[in-house]
Design a protein around this ligand. Structure first.
Ligand SMILES: Nc1ncnc2c1ncn2[C@@H]1O[C@H](COP(=O)(O)OP(=O)(O)OP(=O)(O)O)[C@@H](O)[C@H]1O
Length: 282
């Protein structure tokens, strides 16, 4: 894996992300390139996210959204550029315990005879320690309550619906009490109750000031929370700006919103490591 830490000089390591324009960004990505299977997937991505922002990452299928977030959590290696996360260059100095990641798929848990609680507990384990914190029971129960699955905690995760399994992964991320939450299509194909539970969870997290990067195909129930949209196309950012907001209904010919009609990727469209904490076998 390339060590991007040696090329990163944007932010002094250990700096604390704060508020205000001069504060250290939660995420600072410059010229990021990623290759997979011998092909360039990300072609020089620039992205800055400040504390408290809720950023939706959009784009058509295959535009590179998952590759970008997987690169940010070191699930796939960067091949160029610099990335700083919570003030540290991408690598072991990043405070991974302050970051929650929800992958697109259940990954390693699929087919494994683990209970809901065991999956969530795994979110408390770090890359260098398998020891649970003393208050693990309370934290696990709180995270499961947050996603409405406390009553399922002793059930095998394989017995849950796809939407419920996704909620377990969200609880696994929340149990870390993250400052930065990265989610990859958390509501794609999930049942309505799970979508509503997710929207309630996100509303509570945003109210607490958690910074969010979420891959989405459509803003849907999260539209009111999104502060910025970033659109990828062919592995590069083609739009980075305020979330489009319809002032009148979309059927109204005089409706007013900020996205370009001619470009479907700009319409209100369509939200996981060895020495890293989120290794997924998907
Ligand atoms: N492990 C891999 N090896 C080779 N190519 C890959 C790999 N993973 C993804 N790709 C390719 O990278 C491109 C971007 O895929 P990615 O999953 O990042 O897109 P996406 O925008 O998240 O798509 P979707 O919306 O369908 O999830 C696609 O062309 C895909 O085929």
């Amino acid at each position: 894996m390339p060590d991007t830490s040696t090329t990163s000089a944007a932010v002094p390591s250990g700096a604390t992300a704060g508020s205000g324009p001069a504060a250290t960004p939660v995420l600072d990505v410059r010229g990021l390139t990623t290759h997979l299977g011998g092909q360039q997937i990300l072609g020089g991505v620039d992205l800055r996210i400040d504390r408290g922002e809720v950023v939706a990452l959009l784009g058509t299928n295959g535009s590179g959204k998952s590759t970008l977030v997987r690169t940010l959590v070191r699930a796939v290696p960067a091949s160029g550029g610099t990335v700083n996360v919570l003030g540290a260059p991408l690598g072991p100095r990043v405070p991974w315990h302050r970051i929650g990641y929800v992958p697109q798929r259940l990954g390693a848990a699929g087919g494994v005879p683990a209970t809901v609680r065991e999956i969530v507990i795994s979110g408390l384990l770090g890359p260098r320690t398998l020891r649970k914190p003393r208050d693990w029971r309370a934290r696990v129960d709180a995270a499961l309550s947050e996603v409405g699955l406390l009553h399922r905690r002793d059930q095998a995760v394989s017995e849950l619906s796809g939407g419920q399994q996704r909620r377990v992964l969200i609880a696994r991320a929340l149990v870390r009490d993250p400052e930065l939450l990265i989610l990859d299509e958390p509501v794609a194909g999930v049942d309505q109750p799970s979508q509503e539970a997710f929207a309630r969870t996100m509303t509570a997290l945003v109210a607490r000031g958690v910074t969010v990067l979420v891959v989405l195909h459509e803003l849907g129930e999260l539209e009111h929370l999104i502060t910025r949209t970033v659109v990828l196309r062919h592995g590069t950012v083609v739009h980075d700006g305020p979330a489009p907001r319809a002032a009148r209904g979309h059927d109204d010919p005089d409706h007013d919103h900020e996205h370009a009609h001619g470009d479907p990727t700009l319409a209100p469209p369509a939200v996981v490591l060895t020495d890293h904490p989120f290794c997924e076998a998907d």
